[in-house]
Design a protein around this ligand. Sequence first.
Ligand code: PXG
Length: 464
Amino acid sequence: MIQISNHLPTGELQALDSAHHMHPFTHGADLAANGPRVITRARGVTLTDSEGRDYLDAMAGLWCVNIGYGRDELADAAARQMRELPYYNTFFQTTHVPAIALANTLAELAPGDLNHVFFAGSGSEANDTNIRMVRTYWAQKGKPDKKVIIGRRNGYHGSSVGSASLGGMRGMHAQGGLPIPDIHHIDQPDWWSEGGETSPGEFGLERARQLERAIAEIGEDRVAAFIAEPVQGAGGVIVPPETYWPEIQRICDAHDILLIADEVICGFGRTGNWFGSQTVGWRPHIMTVAKGLSSGYAPIGGSIVCDEVAEVLAHCEFNHGYTYSGHPVACAVALENLRILREEGIVDRVARETAPYLEKAWTALADHPLVGEARLKGMMGSIALTPDKTRRAAFAAPAGSAGLICREACFENGLVMRHVGDRMIISPPLVISQAEVDTLADRAAKALDIAHSRLRDEGLMSAG
Ligand code: PXG
């Protein structure tokens, strides 16, 4: 068997990768043309690739490495747990200490009466759990027809058949026959791209009221739940107008439906509170969690469920669960991660210092000629690239062309920043220092300069 290690030359690793490894969300032609970047190690907020180049990771991996890379305490917690009890399941009236401890800690951290946890291996799995859980809840209450779930266009809730159906990504629905039946989508509150001539405030209200219209059209007796991310992440860090969430809450209060806050990105400090729904003032019955729960050190997700839903479900056997629901090693790692977040006061520091500092640096980028708006909620932000900021214009070139050019310029300047269409997004580790924020902003500004001149040289600065 071939010995594959960090010591192989990059070209060889790339060839072995393309021979056998199929990548998520990656176009085969791009992979064949450029090969993958091979990341070999990471520390703090810095990634190192197989050529020895360093990058400031402004995405915290995929929005998840909240405490930063290289914390030995998590490695030690995993090793300890693997030695003591590497695996046992939580089915059939069995439990173990890491699952008990993590469920109790989450119940303590979660607001209100969100006191019960159903574990999964990822955010997608947890949202699949939610689909079955809310439908089972209503069936148990004698309303089996109350099963429609309302999500939002351009929302992201995962990649499995169920969770991708809840999401509103057109490209995902086009592959594999999605959405599944009884999922309905309303429009997203993206004023910059879709607000036209209306003011942000009016637009926020209008988009929120689509929920009320959808409930009326479908019939309240058929709607089981509404699911939303407090701040859309993968959709491009869409921060809704101030009017949006209070109106959504008013509508939710007026109708007998369950509310699912997808906290997979917003949870565990990302927006300056433990949960994003606290930041936007929304009171869900179920929260989906994953990513920052373990800072990405181990795969784990879950649904945090309110007393009423848990109690109704306790009257039946919920025929649902995953081999790795409450995996002991993942739970031990998550517990250690939560201990660090709490004891080091990281969430507080985000709210008091880090996020305000990042906001200043980030919003200053709005002065760049290529940037239409810079928006931010806590430690997640985006900038919209535009050929004409006075008109909030989109590029004439296919959507994403400018974003891709800018992303490549970021890599050349030692910065990992993702693009969603022609929007650049960040979600750095919450432990980023002020000096590192300065570096992030400097490199982003440099990348914008380079992207701007490339777009001009290639004749791509015209509006569509
Ligand atoms: N909900 C939300 C809000 C997410 O952002 C999921 C659920 C699914 O979680 P899992 O653990 O099954 O991936 C996510 C995941 C991107 C990107 O490029 C975003 C996610 C995953 C992969 C890529 O923005 N979000």
